[in-house]
Design a protein. Structure first.
Length: 74
């Protein structure tokens, strides 16, 4: 789980730097982050555990995080 935390921190740093350094006139800014319940399949980690890390790392972020659920896609 520590690797997940490090990867998410790096992702946030990169997204924040992109937004701060981007030309808002010509570059589409990242918005809501969509993801699957990563770590839950092959690694067998309960999503709630990973979700806690996501919420912690992205606390105060301007962009939201949406979990894409297979049953929600039609």
């Amino acid at each position: 789980m520590e690797q997940t935390r490090l990867a998410l921190r790096d992702m946030r740093v990169q997204l924040d730097a992109y937004v701060e350094g981007g030309d808002t006139e010509s570059v589409e800014q990242p918005g809501v982050i969509w993801s699957v319940a990563f770590n839950s399949g092959y690694f067998g980690v309960e999503w709630k555990e990973t979700e806690g890390i996501v919420l912690d790392v992205f606390e105060g972020s301007a962009r939201g995080w949406v979990l894409a659920k297979p049953d929600a896609v039609e």
